[in-house]
Design a protein around this ligand. Structure first.
Ligand code: G3I
Length: 334
């Protein structure tokens, strides 16, 4: 049949995918048009790529993705206005290379957010305003980034306020990974509760969804969605992929017993895990307002070079030849 993911889920939530301008010029473009109705720029809208020198912006790659979305009637999620990674070299230092003051850094953050959000006003319906500021370690709270060491936690609320001033209609999200890990989940919950209590314009929480065939459990997934939906926040899965290696494992050197191929056992577990994830998401269709996959197919996943090079993780619903995998049919036939 010529239905795609987005058609099967039309009554539930938009189906999105993270792309680069190169991917949109390749064979994936046809698959993207068929299966998705929302796009995220995988890298083009991050601070380093889009704002390489103070006052000089590199709009072309981001514009290419936004134009593709516009031409194909797709929504666009903005990613991301404030993150500790892929920041430009000039951001945290003044002309003599000395670390800037909190006031200067907040002025730079405001200028960046105002410029970028204004440019795409009316074309980007939701922004990942702040990304990954909560530490993974249960003995800590905020991630010890340059943002945090220079500003303390104030940059978080300010980022949301700047984005809201630039586009009052955009939905503003906090985005993070490992949101099913109880300690981190509680810290995120505590932070967003405080932001809401202060009247900060935050509308949603992005559960990135970098998961594996072993985690999360259905229980932890349901608990995470319940917890954040109970705050009145929209919940989105913003970076979904399901690695064939356990998450802890996929972040370190491969073990000798590891088969660097997609075995039948891996496929069976992946079918079961994707089936569970989408069954739960369909049950939560009133709280879950979007699902975005991170990358298009097993032909290219960020996981295949992170942090171990050339180890395939086979994390998506389309195989290396852009064909639907068995897990795809498990997700669409419900
Ligand atoms: O564009 C440069 C290129 O000019 C240069 O030659 C090359 C070699 O250094 O690097 C290229 O930049 C790379 C960029 O991807 C574009 O390909 C960076 O090194 C590389 O670090 C970057 O990786 C991205 C990663 O975020 C780090 O920013 C991945 O593609 C991207 O999938 C990943 O996505 C993140 C989300 O934004 C946030 N959540 C986690 C997720 C996975 O880490």
């Amino acid at each position: 049949d010529n239905k795609g993911l987005k058609d099967y889920y039309a009554g539930y939530f938009p189906m999105g995918v993270a792309v680069s301008p190169q991917v949109l010029k390749g064979p994936e473009a046809e698959l993207i048009r068929k299966h998705f109705n929302s796009l995220t720029a995988e890298n083009a809208m991050k601070m380093g790529p889009i704002h390489p020198e103070e006052g000089r912006y590199n709009w072309a790659p981001a514009d290419a993705i936004v134009n593709f979305a516009q031409e194909n009637g797709m929504r666009m999620r903005g990613h991301t206005l404030c993150w500790h990674n892929q920041t430009p070299d000039w951001l945290f230092v003044d002309k003599d290379g000395k670390t800037v003051s909190k006031e200067v850094l907040l002025q730079r953050l405001k200028a960046h957010i105002t410029e970028v959000v204004t440019r795409y006003k009316g074309k980007i319906y939701a922004w990942d305003v702040v990304n990954e500021v909560i530490d993974d370690n249960d003995s800590k709270f905020y991630r010890d980034s340059k943002w945090y060491s220079i500003c303390g936690e104030d940059f978080i609320a300010k980022a949301f306020q700047y984005a809201h001033e630039a586009d009052p209609d955009a939905l503003l999200f906090y985005n993070d990974y490992n949101t099913e890990s109880p300690g981190k989940r509680d810290r995120i919950h505590q932070m967003v509760t405080a932001l809401i209590d202060k009247g900060v314009p935050i509308h949603g929480i992005g559960l990135q969804g970098h998961w594996s065939i072993y985690e999360p459990s259905e229980r932890e997934l349901r608990f995470s969605i319940d917890k954040f939906a109970a705050l009145g926040l929209k919940v989105q899965i913003t970076e979904l992929d399901v690695s064939v290696y356990p998450l802890e494992h996929s972040r370190r050197e491969p073990r000798p017993d590891e088969p660097n191929k997609f075995t039948p056992e891996m496929e069976q577990k992946q079918i079961t895990q994707y089936g569970m994830i989408f069954r739960v998401l369909r049950n939560y269709k009133d709280s879950v307002t979007g699902v975005t996959f991170w990358n298009v197919s097993d032909k290219h996943s960020w996981l295949d070079s992170f942090p171990v090079r050339d180890r395939k993780n086979y994390p998506l619903l389309f195989d290396q030849n852009l064909q639907p995998k068995k897990a795809y049919w498990k997700v669409v036939k419900f």
